[in-house]
Design a protein around this ligand. Structure first.
Ligand code: SDX
Length: 428
């Protein structure tokens, strides 16, 4: 049988053959379907892109029904167990696991781009004392575009590589400076003798000691969390990155836009919203009444549900196991009991089962971050740091894809027809 779709337009009786490739038809092939010759032709109407592929990609594969997540073909469970964040970032960006010289050069280049211009400190000092760190991160990343004019050379691979080093190297520094500003502590400069995540912890927590000694189990846990958050195909913030990047703006401005999308409570802001929800519930005994409220439409079970996963988010499984290792060091987060009870009840309740709502990556991650001492406001910031690699990879793939051009969707116009201007004296 041919890979085609036969469409009969019952308005005209005309028949059309559309080719099928990769289980899709080309939307532009619908434009030939008209009633009158000067019609615009058919489009699809797909708010929130529920069933629209905006691009071809070779970076991340998700099977929502089976709960599968792979970066460049490698299962997330293998990478979480055997890799580290910088190696996984290299894989996501360049398509292959690095060999030893490649890895060492990559780590060196990231490590030597962790410092930020001293004027950035002055910019961050301008924020209110209780500014949300995510708002500070978004603004500061956008400001980086004013320091690196070479970033506008987006078609120069060497320039893209240099901005990649700078972005992956500086996001932890900006994140840590935002945190230190919000708690009124002096900024701690990067310590290039430390690993990527140990250095972040040093910039966050170091006080007067000469070198910060992070607990190795917590460094490892944060690194695994970063692996799990590194990319997730065409999520809301990746779509923002591609759309903004398609105008050929520099990658700093595009990343600021992607981070802004991630900030929303339906996306990367969900991990912060989960902890606020657990605080609102207060005790295990209040879970049934809270669930009842959700089912009656009073709000959402934050950390549950996913556009793609209609099964358990594989990242949530890994995070749940990681929680036990972290709590051995930090002490158990008492909110875990409320979270486990929420999960237990929800997974048995028809309302959630029918809607295929399972815990997603954000349901347990906040419990670990909180146990590690992070305030809830830092949670979306801790999501942005690792996702920077994914955003850059999606951006670069879009730039190099000959199918792509500036993103500019169509619309279905249902507004007023043509009407003449009415002078003030004649208005109702
Ligand atoms: C991330 O896309 C990605 O890959 C994102 C991400 C990534 O790595 O980049 O995985 C990270 O953003 C994870 C998701 C974090 N967000 C949350 O935990 C917020 C709570 N979840 C939801 O708001 C919701 O599930 C979404 C936004 C995640 C998905 O929304 P969809 O696919 O648009 O689903 P929907 O809103 O159309 O809901 C379908 C039904 C609705 O009920 P009915 O209209 O059929 O009666 O399910 C209900 C919704 O009301 N529903 C929920 C619910 N999520 C959906 N009801 C209660 N609690 C929820 N959490």
């Amino acid at each position: 049988m041919p890979d085609t779709l036969t469409i009969i337009d019952n308005r005209t009786g005309k028949q059309y053959e559309l080719s099928i490739a990769n289980d899709t038809i080309k939307a532009m092939d619908l434009r030939q379907i008209k009633v009158n010759e000067n019609d615009f032709g058919l489009m699809t109407y797909d708010p929130a892109f529920m069933n629209t592929a905006s691009c071809k990609s070779m970076i991340t594969f998700i099977d929502g029904e089976k709960g599968i997540l792979r970066y460049r073909g490698y299962p997330i469970e293998h990478l979480a167990e055997k890799s580290n964040y910088l190696e996984t970032a290299y894989l996501i960006l360049y398509g292959e696991l690095p060999n030893k010289p490649q890895y060492e050069e990559w780590v060196h280049n990231i490590t030597y781009h962790t410092l930020i211009h001293e004027n950035i400190k002055k910019l961050m000092d301008g924020f209110h004392y209780d500014a949300h760190p995510m708002g500070m991160l978004i603004s500061t990343v956008a400001a980086l575009s004013t320091f690196y004019n070479d970033a506008k050379e987006i078609h120069n691979p060497e320039s893209r590589k240099k901005q990649t080093y700078r972005l992956i190297g500086k996001m932890p520094t900006i994140a840590a400076f935002a945190f230190r500003h919000s708690v009124g502590r002096p900024y701690v400069y990067p310590d290039n003798a430390l690993s990527y995540t140990a250095n972040l912890m040093s910039m966050l927590w170091k006080m007067t000691e000469t070198q910060f000694q992070a607990h190795p189990a917590l460094v490892k846990a944060l690194d695994v969390l970063f692996i799990l958050h590194a990319d997730h195909e065409q999520n809301c913030s990746a779509n923002a990155m591609r759309s903004i990047g398609s105008s050929h703006v520099d990658p700093y401005a595009a990343i600021a836009g992607a981070a802004a999308a991630l900030y929303g409570p339906l996306h990367g802001g969900a991990n912060e919203a989960v902890l606020r929800m657990l605080d609102e519930i207060g005790t295990k005994d209040n879970v049934p009444s809270f669930i009842k409220g959700v089912k009656s439409g009073s709000g959402r079970l934050m950390g549950f549900g996913h556009r793609v996963y209609k099964n358990y988010d594989p990242r949530a499984k890994v995070i749940k196991q990681l929680a036990d290792e972290v709590f051995e060091v930090t002490g158990r987060n008492p909110k875990l009991d409320i979270a486990l009870e929420l999960e237990r009840i929800a997974l048995e309740d028809e309302y959630f089962v029918k809607r295929k709502l399972y815990p997603n990556v954000d349901f347990y991650s906040g419990l670990i971050y909180q146990a590690m001492g992070f305030p809830v406001e830092m949670f979306p910031v801790l999501f942005s740091i690792p996702r920077t690699a994914g955003w850059i990879a999606q951006w670069e793939e879009m730039l190099l894809d000959s199918d792509q051009k500036i993103a500019r969707p169509r619309q279905v116009y249902l507004g007023s027809g043509m009407r003449d201007y009415v002078v003030m004296s004649k208005r109702k």
